[in-house]
Design a protein around this ligand. Structure first.
Ligand SMILES: Cc1cc2nc3c(=O)[nH]c(=O)nc-3n(C[C@H](O)[C@H](O)[C@H](O)COP(=O)(O)OP(=O)(O)OC[C@H]3O[C@@H](n4cnc5c(N)ncnc54)[C@H](O)[C@@H]3O)c2cc1C
Length: 410
């Protein structure tokens, strides 16, 4: 049996950062990982470019995690975006900030982020045991025994960083939830967040792959207005892209019956200006070409067809048809009939109940020496680097707190 002070389960961003923070001084830390490599999901982030965090004041960052903002406050103050960027900068990883506030490595390679974490772990003598799927965690008076097939570890503290349930092919299969449950914790039923939506309108599939740079999506649920803006893309089953994923995060707990939503495809242009653009243009120019200056041609054609607006010259479009067209461009109605399954979601909502964790340490309130980090906890943030930031922040705090606890034990 291998003996260590702190055993971290999962070599994702949360587990690797937890191990960096845990391997301090004489404290021994190891990681057990079920895959043959670390950070498989990390490599997919930001389309392989890794949107590792977001810019903004600490309070703005914390607010973005609503309804989990109170829980994340402490770990973001401990190890927020600036400290994360300082950590990577000290390892010579420069970053760039896009107009949206999203932060990426300058090299645009998620692999560089992963490599820095692995180098740091090597410097700190953290051994990663690969290809070892943890099967169970047993609690004893003086610590824990972690069992995998033909492999066991005894540790004083354990950090569970096994991720959620989304993209299970990357290794996140919800094992942490089972371990936590056996150790007496309540699991909030996992569901998909940041997920593409399925719509009733069949025309979406014919537009699959067509994207719009900036839209405003709105709906009303129980009198409450919900909105989200940014880029979107039509998919085989409906709609996706950052604006839709963020929107899904706000309706995920409320989505039961069919939901009527409205998409403003041109939020920067007011209806009367749009009307003038159509009329003031070259009257001989086809209406589709006029509007294709602002939107993809296929989308304009579909909107015309769906609303029986003939694709004729702008000058021939009468007032009534113009009104219809402007109305649909500013308020494209869609009926959301569901969301794609959790396997296709960017993140998981649900998991370890935050009411059972001490947010100042990430330690369980029910089981001393047991810590959690990352997506396994019932916390999710919007698109834009917030989920990786939470993985890093909670991982750092869990690792640091596990060392402090050992100090108290010694
Ligand atoms: C396609 C995609 C793109 C994304 N892009 C972004 C982005 O750009 N920015 C952003 O902020 N977020 C993004 N996310 C979300 C982000 O990747 C996750 O929130 C983050 O990876 C969570 O980190 P984690 O360490 O908690 O879990 P994970 O990254 O899921 O890591 C968990 C690790 O635990 C291991 N494990 C699980 N069970 C066991 C077991 N029984 N024994 C041993 N090991 C085990 C797994 O193999 C895995 O390596 C994206 C997600 C997806 C799916």
């Amino acid at each position: 049996m291998i003996e260590t002070d702190i055993c971290i389960i999962g070599a994702g961003p949360a587990g690797m950062m937890a191990a960096c923070a845990a391997a301090q001084g004489a404290t021994k830390a190891i990681i057990i990982e079920s895959n043959t490599t670390a950070g498989r999901k990390l490599l997919l982030t930001g389309g392989g470019r890794c949107n590792l965090t977001h810019t903004g004041s600490t309070d703005e960052i914390i607010k973005a995690y609503k309804p989990f903002d109170r829980f994340v406050r402490h770990c973001i103050y401990e190890f927020g975006p600036q400290k994360l960027l300082d950590f990577f900068a000290s390892q010579d990883l420069d970053t760039v900030v896009e107009n949206s506030g999203c932060v990426f490595p300058k090299t645009q390679r998620a692999d560089d982020v992963k490599q820095i974490l692995l180098d740091e772990l090597e410097k700190r003598n953290v051994k990663i045991f690969y290809d070892k799927k943890v099967k169970s965690i047993e609690k004893y008076k003086d610590g824990f025994v972690i069992l995998s097939e033909k492999f066991s570890v005894s540790a004083q503290s354990v950090i569970i960083a096994t991720g959620g349930l989304s993209w299970p092919q990357t290794g996140s299969t919800g094992d942490g939830f089972k371990f936590a449950e056996i150790l007496g914790h309540k699991i909030i039923k996992p569901s998909a967040v940041l997920v593409p939506l399925i719509s009733a309108e069949k025309f979406c599939s014919s537009l699959a792959g067509v994207g719009v740079q900036n839209v405003l999506i709105t709906c009303k649920i129980s009198g409450k207005k919900i909105s989200s803006s940014g880029a979107m893309i039509f998919t085989q089953n409906g709609i996706g892209g950052p604006a839709v994923l963020d929107f899904s995060r706000n309706i995920t707990d409320l989505l039961s019956d069919n939901l009527k939503i409205s998409i403003d495809l041109l939020p920067e242009i007011k209806p009367d200006r749009l009307d003038k653009i159509i009329t003031a243009n070259n009257p001989k120019q086809n209406i589709v070409s006029v509007l294709s200056q602002f939107l993809p041609k296929a989308l304009v054609q579909t909107i015309c067809t769906e609303n029986k607006v003939p694709q004729i010259s702008a000058g021939q479009i009468n007032k009534k048809l113009r009104k219809t067209l402007v109305e649909k461009l500013k308020n494209l109605p869609l009926t959301v009939i569901g969301a794609e399954p959790i396997e296709k979601a960017t993140a998981t909502r649900g998991g370890i109940d935050i009411a059972e964790l001490d947010n100042k340490t990430m330690q369980s309130k029910l089981c001393k020496g047991l810590f959690f980090a990352g997506e396994t906890i019932n916390v999710d943030g919007p698109c834009g680097g917030f989920n990786l930031q939470f993985a890093f922040s909670s991982g750092f705090l869990a690792g640091k707190s596990a060392v402090e606890l050992l100090g108290k034990i010694a």
